[in-house]
Write a protein that binds this ligand. Structure first.
Ligand code: NAI
Ligand SMILES: O=C(O)C(=O)[C@H](O)COP(=O)(O)O
Length: 340
């Protein structure tokens, strides 16, 4: 019988993967090589580094991550070992885009800066970035999109990074990469942080390392002339509380945490696993629409911010443990399309 090890934070994972073999749930942040000595299939989320250290000497022959990002996976190692791989591209893109729109709406009300007519630099125009663009265009905003890997002769409406960074609002939706033609490690580096115009609203829901956080913090501490919304941080889960203190909104890496997005991720990796094993899927997503509530109650981003900022007031809290606890116990949030 197949043995399948699953991150305990993948919703409905056991229920789905029980149809394929014997399942075991493990905490993703502390998964070790010893946990996988009898594992054929490994299903993770973004908090598990999947590399030689984790997999060497184990029988694992298929790895899946129920997430869009895959910077935690050593793909060269998997390829070299002939281990199959799947991920869940776009599973939570609607959720992340709705998070961005909600953050923009909060900022617009707070600063009395209506969104209509305002410019937004969207860096990365994939599953999330393209949805952010749709939502922003519907608000009458002017979208300046930067995505060099997409720059082909057929793509005429892309702009330089510098043009995107000169907008009223700047938002990052790139994968976290260190190599290749367009690496994103510290894409927002010290020189670019210095050039951001006073009053800019900056959002990072991609990965912490895309922004040079200590330089950003230094600017906020000396000039305090930017508004910053951070969902992704350097050194998660042990985030820098000084940085948190200087955010307009700070959230514990939950932009993609709609229930819809998470269960879509489960479903995508389950189906990929069935395909790898060449068996017919026998589990389906249990998601049904929920009754409409008014829009403020649909997603109140301020409560996510407030919960994380308890770290600033309650010195008894352990930052890393609390950050992960907020993620693990995240309340049910539905996408707008999940409402009836
Ligand atoms: N905070 C959260 O909960 C979530 C975070 N994410 C993060 O956001 C990232 C983007 O997500 P998706 O849109 O689903 O990925 P995607 O792969 O669909 O799109 C990424 C886009 O970025 C572009 N890109 C790559 N390098 C670039 C560069 N140097 N400059 C500008 N554009 C570049 C690609 O060409 C692609 O169009 C993920 O890789 C993940 O790290 C994704 C979902 C939820
Ligand atoms: O899909 C991604 O990429 C994300 O960033 C996820 O929302 C991260 O969620 P966890 O894997 O950390 O639960």
């Amino acid at each position: 019988m197949l043995t399948i090890t699953l991150d305990e934070n993948i919703p409905h994972a056991a229920e789905a993967f029980d149809t394929l073999g014997q399942t075991r749930l493990v905490a993703g942040r502390v998964m070790h090589n010893a946990d996988l000595q009898e594992t054929d299939i490994l299903v993770v989320r973004s908090v598990t580094k999947v590399n030689a250290q984790l997999l060497a000497g184990t029988p694992v022959r298929f790895v899946a991550t129920a997430t869009a990002g895959f910077d935690h996976i050593d793909l060269d190692y998997l390829r070299g070992q002939g281990i199959g791989f799947a991920r869940a591209p776009g599973c939570n893109a609607v959720s992340a885009a709705e998070y961005v729109l909600t953050a923009l709406s909060h900022w617009a009300l707070l600063r009395d800066k209506p969104l209509q007519g305002r410019s937004i630099g969207i860096i990365g125009h994939g599953n999330v970035g393209s949805r952010v663009r749709q939502l922003c265009e519907a608000q009458g905003m002017c979208c300046v999109v930067n995505d060099p890997p997409l720059q082909t002769p057929g793509y005429s409406d892309l702009y330089s990074l510098e043009a995107a960074l000169a907008c009223d609002i700047v938002t990052f939706h790139v994968p976290f990469t260190h190599a290749g033609e367009h690496p994103t490690f510290r894409l927002l580096d010290a020189a670019r942080i210095a050039r951001l115009r006073p009053g800019t609203l900056l959002l990072n829901t991609a990965r912490g390392g895309v922004v040079d956080e200590s330089t950003l913090l230094a600017r906020l501490q000396t000039r305090a002339d930017l508004d910053v919304v951070l969902d992704t941080w350097e050194n998660e889960p042990a985030i820098n509380l000084e940085m948190l203190q200087h955010t307009l909104l700070g959230t514990p890496h939950i932009a993609g945490y709609s229930l819809d997005g998470k269960i879509r991720g489960t479903e995508m990796v389950y189906r990929a696993c069935c395909e790898f094993l060449q068996v017919a899927p026998r589990w389906e997503s249990p998601l049904a629409p929920v009754e409409r509530r008014d829009s403020l109650h649909t997603y109140d981003i301020r409560s996510d911010d407030g919960r994380l900022k308890a770290l600033l007031h309650d010195k008894t809290l352990d930052t890393a443990r609390y950050f992960d606890q907020l993620r693990k116990t995240y309340p049910v949030r539905r996408e707008y399309s999940g409402l009836s």
